[in-house]
Design a protein around this ligand. Structure first.
Ligand SMILES: [Fe+2]
Length: 219
């Protein structure tokens, strides 16, 4: 099933589609230039699906602020309706909602397991491991600002205050995870023909259109 068909079936809001497509776009730039063998199909599938249940946790006001190009009063009305339906069907926890949807779609277990590692809190763990599929997915997610691909440092400073407040963690804790992200960046680009600076919105955006046609294997 094409990812665009899955997005349509689940009424995934355009800004969230764009986020997942951009994450996959960053991952595809990395994979195309990597001197290491990784399972690209697995990586793209995980990136394209990783936040599919996110609407249940999001707040309208925050989305309004973060996605000014996608949101207006009309969209907000539609967004609230879709969100309520998602919560009725899949509950209020975004991780659980995502896992329930993945089960419903019938994604293969290895995609499911990779998606479970795409969590900012797992940065240090993934950095210390050897799994490049995990590293690429998690890092690519950390390169996407609300409406564009950006640098890792920009993204870290953008999320810092919100993460510390929402998760109730210390600045040191956040800094530790950030160092994990920086370590992953180095690990990836030590094996890559391009530099991290070569990944820009101008390069990533055109890839998102191609990735809409990506086929997700289901069982
Ligand atoms: Fe994400």
């Amino acid at each position: 099933m094409k990812i665009s068909e899955i997005y349509e079936k689940y009424n995934i809001m355009p800004y969230l589609q764009e986020h997942m497509l951009r994450v996959a776009g960053v991952a595809s730039m990395i994979c195309n230039n990597l001197n290491k063998s990784v399972n690209e199909e697995l990586i793209f599938s995980a990136c394209l699906l990783h936040d599919i249940g996110n609407i249940v946790k999001e707040r309208a006001e925050l989305n309004y602020k973060l996605h000014p190009n996608y949101f207006n009063k009309e969209v907000e009305k539609e967004w609230r309706k879709i969100r309520e339906e998602f919560i009725r069907n899949y509950g209020k926890d975004d991780y659980i909602a995502t896992y329930k949807i993945l089960n419903e779609i019938g994604v293969e277990e290895n995609i499911f397991n990779l998606i479970k590692s795409i969590e900012f809190a797992k940065m240090s763990l993934v950095a210390s491991g050897n799994n490049y599929e995990q590293k690429i997915c998690l890092y690519s997610d950390a390169r996407i600002a609300p409406e564009q691909a950006t640098t890792l440092e920009n993204r870290l400073s953008e999320v810092k205050d919100r993460y510390i407040k929402n998760k109730g963690v210390t600045e040191d804790f956040f800094e530790n995870l950030s160092n994990g992200a920086r370590a992953i960046e180095k690990q990836i680009f030590d094996h890559c023909k391009i530099r991290s600076e070569d990944i820009t919105e101008e390069q990533v955006k055109p890839l998102t259109e191609v990735l809409r046609n990506f086929d997700i294997h289901t069982c």
